[in-house]
Design a protein around this ligand. Structure first.
Ligand SMILES: NC(=O)c1ccc[n+]([C@@H]2O[C@H](COP(=O)([O-])OP(=O)(O)OC[C@H]3O[C@@H](n4cnc5c(N)ncnc54)[C@H](OP(=O)(O)O)[C@@H]3O)[C@@H](O)[C@H]2O)c1
Length: 269
């Protein structure tokens, strides 16, 4: 069964595997939207029900809303504010609240754009009971010092960062600080935007990981991340229903020990 973990000390519990929507849900037309709905069907069936989106992702926010439909109440939505303009930030929030039943569970400042102003808006929305957890995110290592400063100042309860078996910089300062400060960690790009998942994996390579319920290399990559207890949730994106099912299976214990984690990292070069 899918494990659930505390999102830091925020009081929110999340499934360890969720789903991203960058590119995959930025679609138009009935057929493409039906395919997104089929991906979501698998996510719901597996309990992988934290969905990450952003106004930066084109139609994704709206397509996510449309394909969840009445199931919205059974999922957690992690959305973002992404604009240098204060009025547009208000509009982004009003649109999101309309799409997601007057509630955004995790609301993040995207790419640290006008962070102070955006955090003030998010705090107001949290005060109104429309937002549960406030966070911040950036996809670049160069932004880690700014993220750390926000974490240490007590301004945020959650971060979203890049971390995977090849990109391990977060282990140096970000993950220890998150653990010390009780900050929830959502991991973006867990499959290296697909490049790591596409690496050929022989039966021999996967054999030592079979006792951990791992049958595919993508599952090994996701389990590498989730075996670090400082991580709350990974959000792999996929446009294929069968891959959503495959990815969700990585959210079931048992977890790797240090030896298996190094084994996976070593094979990522
Ligand atoms: N905050 C930020 O600045 C930021 C930046 C980047 C991303 N994000 C968030 O993080 C999410 C995930 O990151 P990402 O989409 O960049 O990369 P990712 O999840 O690491 O990789 C997604 C790619 O992996 C492929 N894939 C998925 N499952 C697979 C499997 N089981 N086997 C083989 N290939 C598989 C997908 O292709 P198919 O569609 O063909 O399956 C897709 O091309 C995003 O969707 C977004 O929500 C946030």
């Amino acid at each position: 069964m899918m494990e659930r973990r505390a999102l830091g000390t925020s009081g929110l519990e999340v499934p360890v595997v969720g789903m991203g929507t960058w590119r995959t849900f930025d679609v138009r037309g009935a057929d493409a939207i039906a395919r997104c709905r089929a991906v979501l069907d698998e996510a719901y069936a597996a309990g992988a029900t934290l969905f990450d989106t952003s106004p930066m992702y084109g139609a994704s926010e709206q397509v996510l809303s449309e394909t969840m439909g009445a199931r919205r109440k059974d999922a957690l939505v992690a959305d973002k504010l992404w604009t240098p303009d204060d009025d547009e930030a208000e509009r982004q929030a009003q649109r999101a609240l309309r799409w997601y039943g007057d509630r955004v569970d995790v609301y993040q400042v995207h790419n640290l754009v006008r962070t102070r102003r955006r955090l003030a808006l998010l705090q107001r929305l949290r005060g109104d009971g429309k937002v549960r957890v406030i966070g911040a995110t950036h996809y670049q290592h160069a932004a880690f010092p700014e993220l750390l400063a926000l974490m240490r100042a007590g301004d945020i309860d959650q971060i979203q960062i890049p971390y995977n078996a090849r990109d391990r910089l977060a282990e140096r300062e970000i993950l220890p600080a998150a653990s010390d400060l009780g900050i929830g960690v959502i991991v973006m790009r867990p499959l290296g935007e697909g490049t790591l998942a596409r690496m050929p994996a022989s039966r021999e390579l996967l054999a030592p990981l079979a006792p951990f319920g791992v049958a595919t290399w993508a599952q090994a990559l996701l389990k590498f991340i989730l075996s670090d207890p400082r991580v709350s949730c990974v959000i792999p994106a996929t446009s294929r229903p069968e891959r959503m099912r495959e990815n969700a299976r990585a959210g079931e214990p048992p977890w790797f020990g240090a030896e298996e984690r190094e084994y996976v990292a070593k094979h990522c070069g």
